[in-house]
Design a protein around this ligand. Structure first.
Ligand SMILES: [Zn+2]
Ligand SMILES: [Zn+2]
Ligand SMILES: [Zn+2]
Ligand SMILES: [Zn+2]
Length: 235
C-alpha cells in the first residue's frame, strides 16, 4: 500500500515538520521532558542519552526516541510494542550487525551454524553504537513487522536514568473510504490491495459484505491490518 510522506511534531516544543526536518530539530531542541513522562523515575538522576530514529514499513510511519545510556534494549522493545506493535505477545528481536538480541533466550543450538542469539537485557550504552549505525527490530516471526532503526547521535539534553521516551511520532495518515471517499475507519483484509482498495468508512463498513472478522481498525502504525493489531493498549 502506498502512503504519502507524513509530518510530525516535537512533543516538547510543538515544532511540526517532515521527518528529515524533525530529525535535525531534535538534535538541537533542548526543551525539558514534560513532567508527566518523568514521573516514574523522578528520584533517579538524569543521564546522557541517545537519539534514535525509527522508520516503519511503509516509511510514512516513524518515531524518534530518547534512550538513556543505562536503559536496556528490552526497554526499547517495550516502548516499540506499546507505541505501535503489541497484539498478542509475539517474540521479537533486534538485529545489530550479525548479532541478534531476542526477547526470549533460546536453548543452545545443537547442529546449527547460526550464531546463538543474545539477550535484550543489555544496556544500550554498552553496545557502543557509532553515530549512523542502522539496525532492525522485528516483531512476530510469523507475520513480521520490521522497524528500521538508526542512531542519529547523542541527545542534546540529559534524560531520566533508564528511560525510553517517544520524542516525536508521525501524524496519522488519512485514508479515504474506497466506496464513498469519506474518512475511513476500517480496513478490510479481504479487499485490501496495493492501491488501498479495502478502506471503509463507518457507514460503509456496516453494509460491507465480507466477514466482520476480516475488518481491522485504522491505526497509526505499520502493523495496521496485521494479525489482531488494534492500536496502542488494545493488545
Ligand atoms: Zn522541540
Ligand atoms: Zn498477534
Ligand atoms: Zn464509505
Ligand atoms: Zn471486504
Amino acid at each position: 500500500m502506498r502512503i504519502p510522506a507524513t509530518r510530525g511534531e516535537c512533543g516538547r516544543c510543538g515544532y511540526r515538520a517532515t521527518r528529515a526536518a524533525v530529525r535535525k530539530h531534535l538534535s538541537v531542541c533542548t526543551q525539558p521532558i514534560p513532567e508527566a513522562k518523568r514521573a516514574a523515575s523522578r528520584r533517579l538522576p538524569d543521564v546522557p542519552g541517545l537519539l534514535i530514529e525509527v522508520v516503519g514499513r511503509p516509511k510514512a510511519y516513524w518515531l524518534f526516541l530518547a534512550i538513556a545510556h543505562d536503559a536496556k534494549l528490552s526497554d526499547v522493545d517495550a516502548l516499540l510494542r506499546a507505541t505501535w506493535l503489541e497484539c498478542c505477545d509475539h517474540l521479537s528481536e533486534f538485529a545489530i550487525g550479525s548479532t541478534r538480541h531476542t526477547s526470549q533466550p533460546e536453548p543452545p543450538p545443537i547442529f546449527s551454524s547460526r550464531p546463538r542469539a543474545q539477550s535484550m537485557h543489555i544496556e544500550v550504552g554498552k553496545l557502543r553504537l557509532a553515530t549512523g549505525t542502522a539496525f532492525e527490530h522485528r516483531y512476530d516471526f510469523g507475520s513480521t513487522t520490521v522497524s528500521d532503526l538508526s542512531l542519529v547521535g547523542p541527545l542534546p539534553f540529559a534524560v531520566p536514568s533508564k528511560s525510553a521516551i517517544v520524542l516525536a511520532h508521525n501524524e496519522a495518515p488519512g485514508f479515504a473510504c474506497t466506496a464513498c471517499e469519506a474518512p475511513a475507519a476500517w480496513v478490510c483484509l479481504e479487499c485490501d490491495g496495493p492501491d488501498g482498495e479495502g478502506f471503509l468508512c463507518a457507514a460503509c463498513a456496516e453494509s460491507h459484505e465480507c466477514d466482520e472478522y476480516l475488518q481491522r481498525p485504522i491505526v497509526n502504525s505499520p502493523r495496521m491490518g496485521i494479525c489482531g493489531y488494534a492500536g496502542p493498549g488494545a493488545g
